[in-house]
Design a protein around this ligand. Structure first.
Ligand code: PHE
Length: 347
């Protein structure tokens, strides 16, 4: 019996040695250790043996099965390793392909997107939500709810593309003030960047389509100093230097008090130059504390909640940052302009 077992093991080992594939290994496994395998068959005959012998033969038989399956496992992992190595060996690119011709553009971010992303990054860090609202709006969200009733002269501040339905292309991102107040439980803070549209004649600094980012914070007892603090953090992050700002009174029906925030001219440092029209200051963004009527229109109680809002022209900011002298470049689709703003790297 023992001899027979030894012979079977030798046979199996030889087959394992010779096996060229996982399939062949599986066949050996089946032939010797499988349910109907030769070693299994031997085990089944143990009952015919005398008890002493049974023990010895049984043990030998089990050892044999173990030896065979260990060898099979070893060879199996050898095959697997080889398969992985073969896969890794195939180069992931074809080095014989011709290279991209020098000077070929691989695409780049639009300068407004670069500036928008940096604004978003600053506000994200301060816990602001970043929201995306509609480009087509109703009269109520764009004007009425923002304390600009029909026939009010303040409507003339913004030239408007009206649709036959009575809706319009939003003239500013301020409808987001009402939409966010209706959408979120106060207190909250949010910015909403996006495209806005005005029925204007094009010149160096006016275009029918441009980008703004609006920001609001709704809480209890917010003050102008909260607003100033956040505006300074924003501007210093964007211009990557210390900035000096000032507030002048400014009129917007949806804020009270309302301001124009100016930044000290970074070209001349405040001494006066053509960029700041010799005033030392450059008008940058309007802002203010949200008018109680607007808080109410947003569905909140103005005796409980207040807030501030600002509206920043992203397109103008990009013009300042990159010293772009004509707004029409932005939508020109001209690659000579666009390719100067490399993916992520442009500052
Ligand atoms: N929505 C105004 C505009 O586009 C800007 C603004 C926003 C003013 C928020 C004050 C507060 O002219």
């Amino acid at each position: 019996m023992i001899e027979e077992i030894k012979k079977l093991v030798e046979e199996a080992m030889e087959l394992i040695e010779k096996a060229q594939s996982l399939d062949e290994l599986a066949a050996v496994d089946l032939e010797y250790s499988g349910k109907k395998g030769k070693l299994t068959a031997l085990l089944k005959t143990l009952g015919l043996l005398a008890p002493d012998e049974r023990k010895i033969v049984g043990q030998a038989c089990n050892n044999a099965k173990n030896t065979v399956s260990e060898s099979i496992d070893k060879k199996r992992s050898y095959f697997n390793d080889q398969a992985i190595a073969r896969e890794l060996d195939v180069p992931s690119f074809d080095p014989t392909l011709p290279s991209i011709p020098p000077g070929t553009t691989t695409g780049s971010y639009h300068p407004v997107s670069v500036v928008q992303a940096s604004v978003e990054r600053v506000f994200e860090q301060m816990g602001f939500k970043i929201l995306d609202y509609y480009e087509a709006e109703s009269d109520w969200f764009n004007f009425e709810g923002l304390n600009i009733p029909k026939d009010h002269p303040a409507r003339d501040m913004q030239d408007t593309f009206w649709m036959k339905s009575g809706n319009l292309l939003r003239t500013h991102t301020s409808p987001g003030q009402l939409r966010s107040m209706k959408e979120f439980e106060p207190p909250f803070r949010a910015i909403f960047p996006g495209r806005v549209f005005r029925y204007e004649r094009t010149d160096a600094s006016h275009e029918h389509t441009f980008h703004q980012v609006e920001g609001i914070m709704i809480d209890k007892n917010l003050s102008v100093s909260n607003l100033i603090a956040i505006m300074k953090i924003l501007l210093e992050a964007i211009f990557e230097r210390e900035v000096t700002i000032r507030l002048r009174p400014g009129y917007f029906p949806f804020v009270e008090p309302g301001f124009e925030l100016d930044i000290q001219c970074m070209t001349c440092g405040g001494g006066g130059c053509p960029v700041c029209k010799h005033s030392g200051w450059v008008e940058l963004l309007p802002c203010g504390l949200i008018h109680p009527n607007v808080i109410r229109a947003g569905g909140l109680d103005p005796t409980q909640w207040n807030g501030w809002a600002f509206g920043l022209g992203l397109t103008r900011l990009a013009m300042m940052k990159y010293k772009i002298n004509h707004i029409t470049h932005f939508m020109s689709g001209d690659l000579r302009f666009l390719s100067q703003f490399k993916a992520g790297g442009a500052k």
